[in-house]
Design a protein around this ligand. Sequence first.
Ligand code: SF4
Length: 190
Amino acid sequence: MRILLHACCGPCAAGPLTALGEEGHGVDLLFYNPNVHPYREYLHRLDALEVVARRLGAVLWAGETYDLEGWLAQAVRTQERGRSRCEMCFRIRLEETARVAAAGGFDAFTTTLLGSPHQDQAVLRRVGEAAGRRFGANFWGRSFRPQFAAGRTLARRWGLYRQGYCGCIYSEAERYRGKPRKRAASSELV
Ligand code: SF4
């Protein structure tokens, strides 16, 4: 099959890309992640993905825009309505992947998010299938969790950048909030 693989970062792409290639699939990568903040973090992740694409011989497409304001506005609206921010985030990224897959004549599209132990696979599949129906592309909801460890091994071997949080500023705060911080003596006096 000719597959468009949405990729969130290099380490998460390495395992699935290797496995799909060994199975005989032709895979292009798409980096579309306006949820990654701040912008330098986005560039670090894109740089790491470029290394993976080069090493494994895949074509890498990068989203034409980094819609920080649009993503944040949707995140605020979604949370004000009491809805799931992560589901919204999946939808934005998978709808763009479905659109590109349909336009490019790919047999199927999928995402490296299906390899993460932290993401809800049932929600990803529901959102991916809806995106496929909307744009006329086939979503492949296969789990890439069996490839997660192999991807981490390749990331270490290749010296890839590995992020410490999911992507958005909310997840960055959730990841580090509550960790003890060393403060300068002067700041403890105020
Ligand atoms: S935690 Fe991750 S999946 Fe959820 S909204 Fe933030 S970047 Fe998106």
